[in-house]
Ligand binder design. Structure first.
Ligand code: ATP
Ligand code: SF4
Ligand code: MG
Length: 335
């Protein structure tokens, strides 16, 4: 394996002191070079917080309170901890090494600037040596990469469909050929056909350009279709991580199982829509032990009092944080 990003022990709070709530807890997650890692979890589970923290774009009152985010650029360049970068280093880092298409990004294009000027601005800010003609050529090339004709360069955002605006955002994210692209609900506002079309384009681009992707979506069928691996979040923690096929076939954590059975199957026999009763935890009063225990149909002795650690499952390349799948479940261990 060739990791490009290693997140270790990452904690993120909103607020300080007594009013602080922990939205992301002890995240350990590895993104491998060239892979698409899908992040799943109900609303409020911490997916966006994780993406913002990793790119150091966390808005106040968000604070990273612990952990490491080690970025390994490859090609012999040294690894860095993103959390140690100063403001200048971060400026060079964003867009060039890692870029984020955030939730609702398609509405964040500047309404008074053309597509051309928004794309060339990103290029100009990081490649000051590039001539005007070179920047224009690159802008046209980027648009065609995401399937938009170059004659749209002169358009203003309101002259484009939602799907096109979203593809312009993806083009901007790819402008400087970053190693990692984080996509937070990149297609949620679009119809299903358009969503698939954009994601297919992205997979093709990944094969051409070789970047890695963290893909966040509520749509479990899209997540399974386009991700190589999937990590499931609950109450700010990762509760299961496995290959997309493995987790679909055989989710081990009761929460992942519920989540993956909350949607109608795309192919094959219809699956029962069991869903998950109850609602996600309140960060201000997180349940003790396994945060899922009040909703878990399988909860037993240790669940209400001891937090199960995310640990590699005995068989297969996956990790689970659940006492049902932890060897020391009867209190002999200290995990
Ligand atoms: P969604 O699927 O709805 O986008 P998410 O998984 O991205 O949800 P986050 O937006 O990361 O979840 O939120 C995680 C938790 O942090 C939630 O409980 C949310 O209420 C809390 N939170 C997010 N932003 C803030 C903020 N600015 N101040 C306080 N709490 C916040
Ligand atoms: Fe359910 Fe217990 Fe597993 Fe939590 S640790 S998911 S409560 S069985
Ligand atoms: Mg979110």
């Amino acid at each position: 394996t060739d990791p490009v990003l290693e997140i270790r022990g990452l904690d993120v709070d909103y607020g300080l002191g007594d009013s602080a709530v922990r939205a992301v807890r002890d995240i350990n997650l590895t993104l491998h070079r060239g892979e698409i890692l899908g992040l799943a979890g109900e609303s409020g589970s911490g997916k966006s917080t994780l993406a913002y923290a990793v790119t150091r774009l966390l808005p106040p009152p968000g604070v990273i309170t612990g952990g490491e985010v080690r970025y390994r650029p490859g090609n012999g360049r040294p690894a860095v901890d993103i959390l140690d970068l100063g403001p200048e280093e971060l400026r060079a880092f964003r867009w060039q090494e890692i870029s984020l298409v955030f939730q609702g990004a398609m509405n964040s294009l500047n309404p008074v600037h053309t597509v051309r000027s928004q794309l060339t601005d990103v290029i100009a800010a990081h490649r000051p040596g590039a001539s005007r003609a070179a920047r224009n050529d690159r802008a046209a090339e980027l648009l065609s990469l995401v399937g938009i004709s170059a004659d749209r360069l002169g358009s203003y955002p309101h002259q484009l469909s939602g799907g096109m605006r979203q593809r312009v955002m993806i083009a901007m994210a790819l402008a400087l050929e970053p190693e990692i692209v984080l996509l937070d609900e990149p297609t949620t506002a679009l119809d299903v056909v358009m969503q698939r079309q954009i994601l297919r384009q992205l997979v093709r681009l990944r094969e051409e350009l070789g970047f890695s992707v963290v893909f966040i979506t509520h749509d479990i069928s899209l997540l399974l279709e386009f991700s190589d691996r999937v990590a499931v979040m609950y109450g700010g923690r990762i509760v299961e991580e496995a290959g997309a096929k493995e987790i679909y076939r055989d989710a081990r954590h009761p929460y992942s199982h519920g989540l993956l059975h909350s949607f109608p199957a795309l192919h094959g026999p219809r699956r029962e829509l069991t869903g998950i009763p109850g609602s996600p935890p309140d960060l201000k009063s997180m349940p003790s032990g396994c945060a899922f225990h009040p909703r878990c149909p399988k909860a037993f002795d240790p669940c209400a009092t001891r937090v199960p650690a995310l640990a590699p499952a005995p068989a297969g390349d996956r990790s689970v944080a659940c006492w049902l799948h932890t060897e020391h479940e009867h209190g002999s261990g200290d995990s």
